[in-house]
Design a protein around this ligand. Structure first.
Ligand code: NAD
Length: 260
């Protein structure tokens, strides 16, 4: 399906991004992996992706809160593969605190990573997609692009922002062969979710089980976490030619959360 194509997946050393990178590599795409983590573990991911694709995989350690590092990552990808055909803007972070106790430096970081980085990768990768007349930009938003939860103000603000940015860029690229969409998962079982359990326990005075069942899955009518493979399968579908008319969409995969 994706032989000869190149995908950049931000935040692909873990969770949803890793599953997307693996799904794209399995269809033959060259992959640029990005994110943090243990050096040996990342090298294992990179070689696994190259093997699965029969093509190549490159690692960029770019810190996406730094626009100059983003520019270097896009240049590195262009040098290695010519251009990026598929851009999955997935890296994201969370911090849980009431707004009047929210550390301003955390606010700035979350805006930089969850929203501004998507502006930078998009503006830098788009010209080559337009020149080729084919491209896919897939942004990982969240159910929090549609609804809010307490104690997550910057996260909710950036995810609503991603939904708006997705629509705006989709309109600008509508006749160019490039589609731009976002996927809005509910709670997916990844390190990002696991790591916010202690803070939520503290903020609300609950046990781990209460946070999982009464806070996280309370909003999700299916009472099940979404899996990273389900999200990756939707991202892969958006890369197909049959998905050419899906653009500017915010695709929910939230176990019914935002239907309620
Ligand atoms: P994760 O913590 O498992 O992975 C996050 C990835 O981003 C990692 O590869 C990490 O190294 C990378 N990253 C973090 N800071 C970075 C930085 N400054 N520069 C570059 N890379 C950085 O998280 P996940 O749950 O897989 O989340 C991925 C995306 O999905 C995020 O945008 C998140 O908001 C969104 N999302 C997650 C859920 C969920 O329930 N897990 C639900 C909805 C949306």
């Amino acid at each position: 399906l994706l032989n000869g194509k190149t995908a950049l997946v931000t935040g692909s050393t873990s969770g949803i991004g890793l599953a997307c990178a693996q799904a794209l590599a399995a269809e033959g795409a060259n992959v640029v992996v990005n994110g943090f983590g243990d050096e040996a573990a990342i090298e294992e991911i990179r070689t696994g992706l190259a093997e699965a694709s029969g093509g190549q995989a490159l690692y960029s350690n770019a810190d996406l809160t730094d626009p100059a590092a983003i520019e270097r990552m896009i240049d590195q990808a262009a040098e290695a593969f010519g251009a990026i055909d598929i851009l999955i803007n997935n890296a994201g972070m969370q911090h849980v605190a009431p707004i009047d106790q929210f550390p301003p430096d955390q606010w700035d970081l979350i805006i930089a990573l969850n929203l501004s980085a998507v502006f930078h990768t998009t503006r830098l990768a788009l010209p080559a997609m337009k020149a080729k007349g084919w491209g896919r930009i897939i942004n990982t938003a969240s159910a929090h692009s549609l609804v809010a939860s307490p104690n997550k103000a910057p996260y909710v603000a950036t995810k609503h922002g991603i939904a708006g940015l997705t629509k705006a860029v989709a309109l600008e690229t509508a006749t160019s062969g490039v589609t731009v969409n976002c996927i809005s998962p509910g709670y997916v079982w990844t390190p990002l979710v696991e790591n916010q359990i202690p803070d939520t326990m503290k903020a609300r005075g609950l046990t781990r089980e209460q946070v999982m069942n009464d806070v996280l899955l309370a909003a999700q009518p299916t009472k099940k976490f979404v899996t990273v493979d389900e999200v990756a399968a939707l991202a892969l579908f958006l890369c197909r030619d049959e998905a050419a008319s899906i653009t500017g969409a915010n695709l929910s995969m939230d176990g019914g959360w935002t239907a309620a």
